[in-house]
Design a protein around this ligand. Structure first.
Ligand code: NBX
Length: 800
């Protein structure tokens, strides 16, 4: 949009006065932030309104991304950038002696997600809008987002994330579009006199779902999409005197808290309620909109609506859509089913068995009696149809309801026309191993959509210096098409450019060093290698392998204090699920090792370990630009894709990688010489499983380096881990090292030595860094969402 500094200042000062009756000089940061947000809202609101009207009038097909998590982070700069007014506003504020960067820090992160899955959903929201694709989000407006992590005596403590205390300035509450969601009670079917059975209900709990619309502003393209987040409330007409307290609490609690569990199936009743709550509310809103705005009959809804099931948490979309079509719209079962399969599509984000969602049948039956009937009927009809075609073995292995449980992944695959994995390797594993029986029955449904990241947040906003250097070098076209970054390859032998690239990295490291000093009170050497592992803490991600390597370097120094070791700063950022005891022990160990090494005079500052508290999107925006090394060291086959690997490469870090998830595609993009690969391959891991002969204890016994490191966990060498040290030791030896940490250790050490050697040649390193940036184009989520749009949702760009 067009905006002059003068216009902005006028709008801003007026808003401040209207809102707080104060001149700027008397206003606090919070008041200034809220006023600025209101001004920005006044800029996008008319575009939003127009876009909504356009979508209604044009009747174009729209996609709805159903996700129980989103992880947008702060929105101020994102909105400014995408509206094309970042520079104007920054300069205008600076004329008023207000720093945009400082002001942006006032905004709490919108952290209504756990990790990769939620952040991917938010990258998709940004990309859908930026590509002008009509794609909406549908989720829950949790009152408390992901817990705030505090490290006390090295331990993770969890504090509530009360992010709405000052309100959410971007959203619009739309009570007039509230819908009711019902739970429990009894249901029975009665003939309606016209030959069909209609459900009748008794004693149901009613919950009001109120939508809050959040603008998803597209990048310089006059598109504003919608992310709808639902809040649970008590229906106004409900006589609260006759309700029991439990119910009242539960209703109010439905949208109160995000489950802080990633990669683990948590089977609590409230979680199931949350899943049905946002699914039912979202589908009801879609159908109401359809009735009001779309002229076609309901039988054609798949030509106007695509619903995406992001992991299995929204899998109830399948039976709920059936319920609405049959019970409310009067469709026959067969027709409803055909439409449902065409409308729905599903993404799988993990193959870890413990994350595969299953619900006890009786729980679903009690909480959602009508939906339960429909699930049974889907399963029954499918079994009957398929038995003669594929035989009992395949039918049984793919059933939705078995062993007293409802298998949500099965429901999602059977009830949709598309199932995708999130990187090539992961999609192959789904087809060949984990969901192979489904692939045999429905081969045409399976496909891959390699993840991507929203470059606007992960480069333009978080790394303005690098962005400016790229502009000066190859122009600005890359800001609309990340593939343009390949042009940077022409500068790989240009010493001026390489030294400017180095200077940018240095400045980003200095900026992070300041944050580290302020938050951790640790001085780090900005000439050192910044080695970064940022992601949720999970055994399969193997933060422990990183730790063992650090201990090796430490012992090398202790053995020979004059050893020539290139200085390194190891940076960790990681939350553990509150109930994940082992992950919390690893956090404690990292912090105690940091204390030990950071304060050892023999080390003399050559190694520093920094565990950054409360890793979240806004902290990531500081850490990622400053990284030299990106640790992507999961056991091959376990990390579905990973996305921090993409953010880090885009910012010029070199990847230390196993051949897992999207690392493989990163290697293909940058070439073997610009990445460090180590460790078992997926096939080697599966061979171990087949043979069953992995013996970690033997490695511990026979490898003197590892022996010494592991002993340090239980002999007091690492202080203050009297409980955690032996636990970690035992996990790696007695319990046979589930994720092959010891098996991959030597090769990891070898690859890490290569890192050091290459870093000593700054020109060679910088060229490799450049190769990473220049080849990052294909990891833009703009590419990913376009593939979803073309191959799965069949939607086209607005105004196209
Ligand atoms: O999804 C992550 C995968 O682990 C990553 O490899 C992948 O890059 C990313 C995006 O596709 N999965 C993930 O973040 N899962 C969860 O957060 C999760 C949350 C709740 C739950 C299970 C998993 N019950």
């Amino acid at each position: 949009m067009e905006l002059t500094k003068e216009q902005f200042i006028q709008d801003f000062e007026k808003t401040l006065t209207d809102k707080y009756a104060k001149p700027l000089i008397q206003a606090g940061q919070q008041e200034i932030f809220q006023s600025l947000a209101d001004v920005v809202k006044s800029y996008y609101a008319p575009i939003w309104q127009e876009d909504l009207a356009y979508k209604d009038e044009s009747q174009k097909k729209q996609a709805y991304y159903f996700s129980i998590e989103f992880l947008p982070g702060q929105m101020l700069k994102s909105n400014l950038l995408n509206l094309g007014i970042m520079d104007t506003v920054r300069e205008a504020l600076s004329d008023l002696n207000v720093s945009l960067d400082e002001l942006a820090e006032v905004e709490p992160d919108m952290a209504i997600g756990n990790g990769g899955l939620g952040r991917l959903a938010s990258c998709f929201m940004d990309s859908l809008a930026s590509k002008g694709l009509p794609g909406n989000g549908n989720g829950i407006r949790y009152r408390y987002g992901l817990f705030k992590q505090k490290i006390i005596d090295g331990y993770q403590c969890e504090l509530p994330d009360s992010w709405l205390d000052n309100g959410n300035p971007w959203e619009v509450r739309r009570p007039e579009q509230a819908v009711e969601v019902t739970f429990g009670g009894e249901v029975w079917l009665e003939d309606d006199g016209k030959g069909s059975l209609k459900p009748h209900y008794r004693d149901q709990e009613r919950v009001l779902a109120v939508p809050y619309d959040n603008p998803m502003v597209g990048y310089e393209n006059s598109t504003v999409n919608n992310m709808c987040l639902w809040r649970s409330e008590i229906p106004e007409d409900l006589d609260v005197r006759f309700q029991n307290l439990d119910y009242m609490n539960q209703t109010a609690q439905l949208s109160a808290e995000l489950y802080p569990d990633d990669s683990n199936y948590d089977g609590r009743l409230l979680r199931l309620k949350q899943e049905y709550f946002f699914v039912s509310a979202g589908l009801q809103r879609i159908l109401k909109h359809y009735k009001k705005h779309i002229k076609a009959p309901i039988s054609q809804i798949h030509e106007y609506v695509a619903v995406h099931i992001n992991d299995t948490h929204p899998a109830l979309c399948v039976p709920e859509f059936m319920r609405l079509l049959i019970d409310d719209w009067g469709l026959a079962w067969e027709q409803a089913w055909e439409i449902t399969v065409k409308v729905m599509s599903y993404t799988n984000h993990t193959i870890l068995p413990e994350a595969m969602e299953k619900w006890p049948e009786d729980m679903v039956q009690n909480l959602l009696p009508r939906v339960y009937q429909i699930i049974l009927e889907i399963d029954r009809r499918r079994t009957k149809d398929l038995l003669p075609k594929v035989g009992p073995t395949l039918v049984h292995s793919t059933r939705i309801v078995k062993d007293g449980q409802i298998h949500m992944a099965h429901l999602s695959i059977i009830g949709s026309h598309s199932t995708n994995g999130v990187a090539k390797l992961h999609s192959d594993l789904i087809k060949d191993v984990v969901l192979h029986d489904f692939y045999t029955i429905y081969p045409e449904r399976f496909n891959n959509k390699t993840n991507g990241i929203a470059e606007r947040r992960w480069l333009q906003i978080s790394n303005e210096k690098l962005s400016s250097l790229i502009d000066e070098t190859i122009g600005r076209a890359w800001r609309h098409d990340l593939n343009e970054l390949v042009l940077l390859k022409n500068y790989k032998d240009n010493p001026d450019f390489l030294s400017q690239l180095q200077a940018v990295k240095k400045a980003d490291k200095v900026r992070l060093a300041e944050v580290i000093k302020e938050r951790n009170d640790i001085e780090v050497n900005t000439e050192a290698i910044f080695d970064v592992q940022v992601k949720r803490l999970h055994a399969y991600k193997r933060q422990l392998l990183n730790v063992l390597h650090i201990m090796k370097l430490y012992f090398d120094i202790k053995d020979d204090p004059s050893i020539d070791i290139y200085p390194r700063v190891f940076i960790f950022g990681s939350k553990a699920a509150p109930g994940y005891h082992y992950a919390k022990s690893i956090i404690k160990a990292i912090n105690e090792i940091a204390n030990l090494i950071n304060n050892d005079t023999d080390v003399a500052g050559r190694l520093k370990i920094v565990f950054m508290e409360n890793y979240n999107v806004s902290l990531a925006e500081y850490i990622i630009p400053a990284a030299d090394v990106s640790e992507q060291i999961s056991l091959a086959s376990k990390e579905a894709s990973g996305t921090s690997n993409m953010k880090l490469m885009l910012n010029g870090a070199l990847t230390m990688a196993t051949l897992d998830g999207a690392n493989i595609e990163i290697k293909d993009a940058v070439g073997d010489e610009n990445i460090f690969i180590f460790g078992l391959t997926k096939d080697e891991v599966y061979d171990y499983y087949a043979r069953g002969d992995y013996n970690a204890h033997d490695i511990y016994k026979s490898n003197p380096v590892l022996n010494r490191i592991l002993n340090a966990f239980r002999d007091g060498t690492i202080p203050n881990i009297a409980n955690e040290g032996p636990e970690i030791f035992a996990s790696l030896t007695t319990y046979n090292d589930e994720y092959f940490v010891l098996r991959d250790f030597d090769d990891y050490v070898r690859a890490q030595a290569e890192v050091e050697a290459l870093y000593r040649d700054q020109t060679a390193w910088t060229k490799a860094s450049l190769a990473n940036i220049a080849n990052a184009g294909r990891f833009s989520s703009d590419r990913t969402v376009q593939e979803y749009a073309d191959d799965i949702w069949y939607i086209k760009a607005n105004k196209a």
